[in-house]
Design a protein around this ligand. Structure first.
Ligand SMILES: Cc1cc2nc3c(=O)[nH]c(=O)nc-3n(C[C@H](O)[C@H](O)[C@H](O)COP(=O)(O)OP(=O)(O)OC[C@H]3O[C@@H](n4cnc5c(N)ncnc54)[C@H](O)[C@@H]3O)c2cc1C
Length: 398
């Protein structure tokens, strides 16, 4: 088996979480490589990109709320730094979010959530149907009312990952376009990763690495520390209990502005949302299914369009540009899985479930801190990866 030079850190997976971890860690002076056969093509590629800690605050998830709010506060500076560094947009929009009710029962649910969120000290305002339509005239006259979270915003995950890749390359991160088949260990300590045999798109790219020959079959990328950030692929590599929660989502296009801010709706108890972007795209999502396939179903598309049409009747006039499904990486307690695992040298950055884009700034910071100092910051203590033992027999995948 051939060995490439030893990196300080190899990150497995180039979704938003692997990329932000690589970027922030390289900025702190470590030598970082990212291995992924198809960077930015996983769940992040289909994600809606809402940055909505307030409208997603849920009962029993107060520790997560503290983390999502902290990450959300970092978003303006994070987006500005990315854009300044790379000259590329992140699609960040700070336009607020409306949460609207289709019928009286839906409004009763929102009223309960209003009390809960106010009890947590979150900024949220109750609006009548008329007040809501003044903000978003395309909403149906029948919409009962809703809540306004002025600080909740959005980003465009596809623009974001493009900018993160550019920023990472500028910071010296090497990209290895290969699948990882195994975390290698010596005396129980992670020593790197073994790469799958190459396809066409297998070369090393990134600052300083472009001249290096392509890796051979079976090559190991040796590293002091390995970070598993492979989304739902993480479980197969490490036996961490990360399961997939499928989400179907549509992308519509409009030549003129249709709505100005993110609208999350409750329609007969079922959530639906639309997220507008600056370029005329509107993400319409999302189903939540305990399945691990990425098939788009007629039923999924129908449910999303039916519920969105009840709130925004004009939506079915828009061009349907794309249908897609992604797999949210979810731990048994629904919380992220961050920092050192129970195997020395092996780290995880996964389990971001419905919040990977929102949590990108905070995740990048805490992972870089953990990799540089060996200590996971207190702000992420509840999410420490070693709360789940790694099942040794499931440590590899073929
Ligand atoms: C429909 C939908 C809507 C969503 N909306 C939002 C939202 O509005 N706001 C929000 O914050 N979050 C949202 N999410 C959740 C968010 O998208 C995820 O939490 C986030 O994308 C997870 O990022 P990741 O980097 O962990 O995983 P991924 O983006 O899946 O990246 C993992 C990467 O690992 C690579 N990989 C896998 N296995 C291997 C291997 N063996 N070797 C090498 N590489 C490997 C893959 O190729 C992939 O590129 C949504 C998710 C879905 C499905």
């Amino acid at each position: 088996m051939s060995r490439t030079p030893r990196y300080d850190v190899v990150v497995v997976g180039a979704g938003v979480i692997g990329l932000v971890t690589a970027w922030r860690t390289a900025q702190r002076g470590l030598g970082v490589a990212v291995a992924d056969p198809a960077p930015a093509s996983g769940t992040t590629h289909v994600s809606a990109g809402m940055l909505t800690p307030v409208t997603e605050a849920a009962y029993g998830e107060e520790e997560l709320l503290t983390f999502t709010l902290a990450s959300h506060r970092r978003w303006p500076a994070f987006a500005a730094e990315l854009e300044r560094t790379t000259g590329l947009p992140s699609g960040y929009r700070a336009r607020g979010t409306l949460e609207v009710a289709f019928d009286g029962d839906d409004m009763a649910v929102l009223d309960e959530l209003l009390e809960f969120r106010r009890g947590l000290g979150l900024e949220v305002e109750r609006l009548t149907g008329r007040e809501i339509r003044r903000l978003e005239p395309m909403l149906a006259p029948s919409v009962r009312g809703g809540l306004h979270a002025p600080d909740d915003g959005s980003a465009d995950p596809r623009l974001l990952t493009r900018a993160l890749m550019a920023a990472s390359e500028q910071a010296g991160v090497a990209f290895v376009r290969r699948r990882v088949v195994e975390v290698t260990t010596e005396a129980g300590t992670a020593t790197g990763v073994r790469l799958a045999a190459g396809g066409q798109d297998t070369g090393l790219t990134g600052n300083g690495d472009t001249a290096r020959p392509e890796p051979d079959t079976g090559e190991e990328l040796a590293a002091e520390k390995v970070v598993l950030a492979a989304g739902v692929g993480t479980a197969a590599l490490a036996g961490l209990p990360v399961r997939a929660v499928k989400g179907q989502i549509l992308r519509l296009r409009t030549p003129v502005e249709f709505v100005t801010r993110t609208i999350r709706g409750l329609v007969r108890g079922t959530p639906v949302y639309v997220v507008p972007r600056d370029d005329g795209e509107i993400a319409l999502g999302a189903t939540q299914e305990d399945l691990a396939d990425t098939r788009v179903t007629a039923g999924g598309v129908w449910q999303l369009l039916r519920d969105a049409h009840d709130l925004l009747p004009g939506i079915t006039e828009l061009e349907l540009a794309e249908t897609a499904a992604g797999l949210r990486p979810c731990a048994p307690d629904n919380f992220p899985v961050l920092g050192a695992s129970s195997i020395p040298g092996l780290y995880a950055a996964t389990g971001h479930f419905r919040h990977g884009v929102l949590l990108a700034p905070a995740t990048g910071e805490v992972m870089a801190e953990a990799l540089v100092t060996g200590r996971l910051p207190e702000s992420a203590a509840c999410f420490a990866a070693d709360r789940f033992p790694i099942r040794q027999e499931e440590r590899t995948c073929g």
